[in-house]
Design a protein around this ligand. Sequence first.
Ligand code: PMP
Length: 424
Amino acid sequence: MTVPPSAEPAPFHRERVLCSQLAELADRQLYRRRRLCESPQAPLMQVDGRTLLTFCGNDYLGLANDARVFETFTRAASDFGVGSGASHLINGHSRYHHQLEEALADFTQRPRALLFSTGYMANLGVISALAGHGEQILCDRLNHASLIDGARLSGARMRRYRHADPADLRRLLASTGTDKATAMILSDGVFSMDGDLAPVPELAQAAQQAGAWLLIDDAHGLGVIGPDGRGTLAGFSARARSTPELQDPFEQQQVPILIGTLGKAFGTFGAFVAGSEALIETLIQRARSYIYTTALPPAVAAASLTSLSVMQAEPWRREHLARLVHHFRQGAAELGLPLMPSVTPIQPLLAGASARALDWSHRLEARGLLVPAIRPPTVPQGHARLRISFSASHQIADVERLLEALAALPNTDHPNKEHRADAS
Ligand code: PMP
């Protein structure tokens, strides 16, 4: 952003410019503020001094405050201390990190997995290690910011195809000049703000034909979707296997790069990339956000191992979550609320204007419910929404309370008719 010239000393002048930019954000209903939480992740939380029923986190399986996960965490911290003390390539790579990588490779049915300190860093590191100047990257329009930022950092030319639209992707691929090889196709598996699934088998086919990498970021699918919670790709594979008449069968290994995060369904912190031996060894040599940063605390890796085994041993968590989502969609459809076509625990209600989303969020908060408004630039202009999300630790009675509060909101007519969806 350019700063207009001024007679003031530069630092003061620049601060004044910041203040006027902040005031402008507030005028446009786009100012973001944080809340102070004084209790663990759970449906009922102490937030800004009040007890609120929350429908906004990503602790989909209710493991962030699970006693067994916590017990492993404290035991590992007493064995290994709090900090890892160094990067993985120096002396920060502990036995727990190693075991977790092996367990994640097994869970995702891939030869290797590599831990990163966050999902944001995983995406920056992987994309910039594998694509560069003179190449192009094709992105779904609604991809998570970390995929977009990774593409920008790589120096490749980024182009965006229409959301979840393989035909538009093919159109872009066909219009590529010979001088711009397509290095990568990037997509969320479950879209973080919409909750819908990417058309992964079609993306895989397009990537194969173009000879490009396909990276799927399944931050919101792993643990939640597919057989044993093995994620969106495993879900598509299972569906293809049970539908033998499909013309183009799909195996999840057709997606060579899978990103997962540990801060959501795992209830802990961190992220990983799963793929081939050569891919992982290349990332260890080249991914700068892997090489030049401190490894996760070993106790976090140990806790993630426990949450991985709990999520596999307790399928009731996914089953209960699916019941909550179904109950919500049925109730919301009966109320004529503007649902989006999602079958995942992310169930946004489209408001359109930021002011309307904020108004809805404030009204819910007045009734003791926390559902923050999501506004641009997180979502496109005119698509502000309430991002409602469910966790296995919610009860049906919580969903009933939410529906009752939503029924009392004003102006819930659908702001954008093409998004209207039926309960499913
Ligand atoms: N990818 C997606 C799709 C996400 O939704 C998020 C987090 N919201 C991330 C990556 C970043 O993960 P982390 O929070 O571990 O940095």
